[in-house]
Design a protein around this ligand. Sequence first.
Ligand SMILES: *[C@@H]1O[C@H](CO)[C@@H](O)[C@H](O)[C@H]1NC(C)=O
Ligand SMILES: *[C@@H]1O[C@H](CO)[C@@H](O)[C@H](O)[C@H]1NC(C)=O
Ligand SMILES: *[C@@H]1O[C@H](CO)[C@@H](O)[C@H](O)[C@H]1NC(C)=O
Length: 144
Amino acid sequence: MAALISLSLWCIWLSILILLSAASKDPNPITAKPGENVTLRCQAPNNNILVVEWRKADLKEEYVLLYRDGHLYPDDQLLSFKNRVDLQDRQMKDGDVSLILKNVTINDTGTYECRVFMRGANRRKRANLDGDPSNILYLSVDPP
Ligand SMILES: *[C@@H]1O[C@H](CO)[C@@H](O)[C@H](O)[C@H]1NC(C)=O
Ligand SMILES: *[C@@H]1O[C@H](CO)[C@@H](O)[C@H](O)[C@H]1NC(C)=O
Ligand SMILES: *[C@@H]1O[C@H](CO)[C@@H](O)[C@H](O)[C@H]1NC(C)=O
């Protein structure tokens, strides 16, 4: 029994250590307070953009924001982000596909992934992720 408890304590410690090291290794941490608007930056090489996908790592089955071929797709968007997100520049001039997230809550804390598919990138290139830039950002919303 005691062995079982110490084993589970050890497992908890290990997962905390793994989580801490994952968080500290993150290259782009962004911090905010509840109610603030944040900009999650992402840059494509130019505005020859076919698809922009913004996802949250723990909610991958739907999108934070999906843009394809000139349109936004609110039906494929997570409910919790509806009416709270927009592209910083709808024209995506100079390839700026940054996301504005308004009125953040502590539940928005997490890892966000930006993925861009450029027009004309052929399949071989795509397999190499060449011409399909992506960016991973970590957002931390702290209680006030
Ligand atoms: C967030 O953006 C909205 C709309 O763009 C604006 O009305 C509001 O004042 C902004 N909030 C903050 C805290 O800047
Ligand atoms: C911001 O979100 C909170 C709840 O998360 C809500 O009560 C409040 O009305 C929202 N503010 C704006 C300006 O949308
Ligand atoms: C965060 O999510 C929990 C569980 O879904 C919910 O009960 C809570 O109201 C949310 N908090 C805010 C600030 O939106």
